[in-house]
Design a protein around this ligand. Structure first.
Ligand code: ADP
Length: 450
C-alpha cells in the first residue's frame, strides 16, 4: 500500500462504499479501511429499501409524490427534532441518489412503503429481495472494477491533525501491526452503536437487556475517533427500537411484510394498533402488551410477493397452517377471536377504511389466501439516530459548530437527520445521499490542498 492518499474512507457499509466510489470518480486516490473481515457493515442487513420522492421509477408506476410531502412526513416521524437543513438536503438529493445507483448498475425500481409514509416511496430491487445484500454487492462490484484500494481486518485507531487540519490516520490490522498513512481528508462512515450495549445503556438506561438487530461491528468507535479531534455530537439518546425482531436469533423481520399487507395481533388474537405507524409508536404498543410480544400475520398472497418471507420460513421463524383456525390453534390463541379479527380487517380492506386503528397505508389485500403464516416478534435495538455533528457538505463540526478541516462523516455515525425516530427506508437513503456527497466534498478538499 502507498503511504499516502487523498481520501481515506473508514468503514465499508453503504455510506463508505458510496463515498469511496464518488471520490474516486472525481479523481481522488482513495483507500477504504474496514475493521471486519468482510464488506458491508450493517447496511448488508437492510431489508426495506430506499426512500425517495419524485423519482423516475415512481413516475413509471404513476405514483404521484412530492419532495415537500416526503420532508413533512419525515419531520413528523422524527417528532420535529430533525435538523431542518440536513433534512432539506436529504430530501432534495434523494431522487439523484436513486439515479446515482442506477448509473452504476444498481436498480431499485420496485416500490413499496414503510411506517409513517403515506405514499409508496420505498425503492427496492425488482424481485422484491432485501435491499442490503443487493446494494452492497453492487457497490463492491463498482469498487473492484475501479481498482480502489481496500484494507479489510484493519481498524482506524486515530485521526491525526496538523495545524488544525486532518493529516494522517493510524491503522492497526488483525496481526496487531500499526501503520500511519498521510491523508488529505478522511471520511468516517463507521455506522452506529446499537451493538455496543454499554454505550446504549449509558444514554438510555431503559434499554438494558434488549436484543439488537445489528452486526457486531456496530460499536460506535467512529464517534470516539472524531470526538478525539474535537467533533461535537447531537441526539445521542435518540435510539430506535425496531418493533419486529425474532427474539431467539435477533433477526429483524422487515417492515416490508407489513408494507405488503401483514397485520399485527396479540396473544389474544386481536389487532391492537395501526401496524403502519412509526417504529417508536409500534414498539411502545408491543412493550405495553402483557406478554411484551406479538405476531406478524400474513397470508400466501403476501408471502409470494416478498423474498424475505421465504428467508424467514427457511430460518424456521414462521408458523404456517392451511386455515386461520388451525393457525390460531398452533399459536395457542383463541380462534374465535382470531377469525373475527381477520374478518373485521378484511372488511376494512374492502372499504379502504380501518375504523379501529386508522391504518391508511398498505391496506392492500384481504388476508384470505391459504396457507396462513405468523411470526412471533418483539422489539430490539436497531438504529442510533444521534452521532457526530455535520453540515450539509458532510463536513464534521466541532462543539462551536465550526468545520474541522479535512474531516467528513456520513451515514449512521452522523446525527441530526432523523430526529428522534428514523423512518424505515430512510437509512439507506441517508447512506447513499450523504455517502456520495461526502465523496464529492472530500475529493474537492483534497484537490484544493494539492
Ligand atoms: P452505514 O450504514 O452508515 O454505512 P454500516 O454499519 O453499514 O454504516 O457500516 C459501517 C462499517 O464501518 C462497518 O462495516 C464497521 O465494521 C466499520 N467500522 C467501524 N469502526 C471502524 C474503524 N474504527 N475502522 C474501520 N472500520 C470501522
Amino acid at each position: 500500500t502507498p503511504k499516502n492518499y487523498d481520501v481515506v474512507v473508514v468503514g465499508s457499509g453503504g455510506a463508505g462504499l458510496a463515498a469511496a466510489i464518488q471520490a474516486h470518480d472525481e479523481g481522488a486516490r482513495v483507500l477504504i479501511v474496514e475493521k471486519m473481515p468482510t464488506f458491508g457493515g450493517n447496511t448488508i442487513k437492510a431489508s426495506a429499501g430506499m426512500n425517495a420522492a419524485e423519482t423516475r421509477f415512481q413516475r413509471v408506476k404513476g405514483i404521484e409524490d412530492s419532495k415537500e410531502l416526503f420532508y413533512q412526513e419525515t419531520l413528523k416521524g422524527g417528532q420535529n427534532r430533525n435538523n431542518p437543513e440536513l433534512l432539506r438536503c436529504f430530501v432534495e438529493h434523494a431522487p439523484q441518489a436513486i439515479e446515482w445507483l442506477a448509473n452504476r448498475g444498481i436498480m431499485l425500481n420496485d416500490i413499496t412503503t414503510t411506517g409513517g409514509m403515506s405514499i409508496d416511496r420505498t425503492h427496492r430491487p425488482k424481485d422484491g429481495s432485501a435491499v442490503g445484500g443487493y446494494l452492497i454487492s453492487g457497490l463492491v462490484r463498482n469498487v473492484t472494477k475501479r481498482g480502489i484500494d481496500v484494507m479489510l481486518d484493519t481498524s482506524v485507531e486515530e485521526i491525526l491533525c496538523e495545524q488544525g487540519k486532518v493529516s494522517a490516520v493510524r491503522l492497526i490490522n488483525d496481526e496487531n501491526e500499526t501503520l500511519t498513512i498521510a491523508v488529505k481528508s478522511v471520511i468516517v462512515a463507521t455506522g452506529g452503536f446499537s451493538a455496543n450495549s454499554e454505550m446504549v445503556v449509558k444514554y438510555r438506561p431503559d434499554l438494558a437487556g434488549f436484543v439488537t438487530t445489528n452486526h457486531k461491528g456496530a460499536t460506535g468507535g467512529g464517534i470516539a475517533l472524531l470526538e478525539h479531534i474535537g467533533a461535537g455530537t447531537v441526539d445521542m439518546g435518540e435510539i430506535q427500537i425496531h418493533p419486529t425482531v425474532e427474539q431467539n436469533t435477533s433477526y429483524l423481520i422487515s417492515e416490508s411484510i407489513r408494507g405488503g399487507g401483514a397485520i399485527l395481533v396479540n396473544q389474544q388474537g386481536n389487532r391492537f394498533f395501526n401496524e403502519m405507524e412509526t417504529r417508536d409508536k409500534v414498539s411502545a404498543q408491543i412493550i405495553a402488551l402483557p406478554e411484551h410480544y406479538a405476531y406478524i400475520v400474513f397470508d400466501e398472497h403476501v408471502r409470494a410477493k416478498n423474498k424475505a418471507a421465504d428467508e424467514y420460513i427457511a430460518r424456521g421463524f414462521v408458523t404456517s397452517a392451511s386455515s386461520p383456525r388451525q393457525l390460531a390453534e398452533k399459536l395457542g390463541m383463541d380462534y374465535h377471536a382470531f377469525l373475527a379479527t381477520l374478518e373485521r380487517y378484511n372488511g376494512f380492506v374492502e372499504q379502504q377504511c380501518d375504523s379501529d386503528f386508522g391504518r391508511t397505508t398498505a391496506l392492500r389485500n384481504p388476508i384470505n389466501e391459504g396457507p396462513f403464516h405468523a411470526i412471533r416478534i418483539a422489539p430490539g435495538v436497531h438504529h442510533t439516530m444521534g452521532g457526530v455533528t455535520i453540515n450539509t457538505e458532510t463536513a464534521v463540526l466541532n462543539k462551536q459548530q465550526q468545520v474541522i478541516p479535512g474531516a467528513f462523516a456520513a451515514g449512521e455515525v452522523a446525527g441530526g437527520i432523523h430526529g428522534s425516530n428514523r423512518i424505515g427506508g430512510n437509512a439507506v437513503a441517508d447512506i447513499i445521499i450523504f455517502g456520495s456527497l461526502a465523496g464529492h466534498h472530500a475529493a474537492n478538499w483534497a484537490k484544493a490542498q494539492a
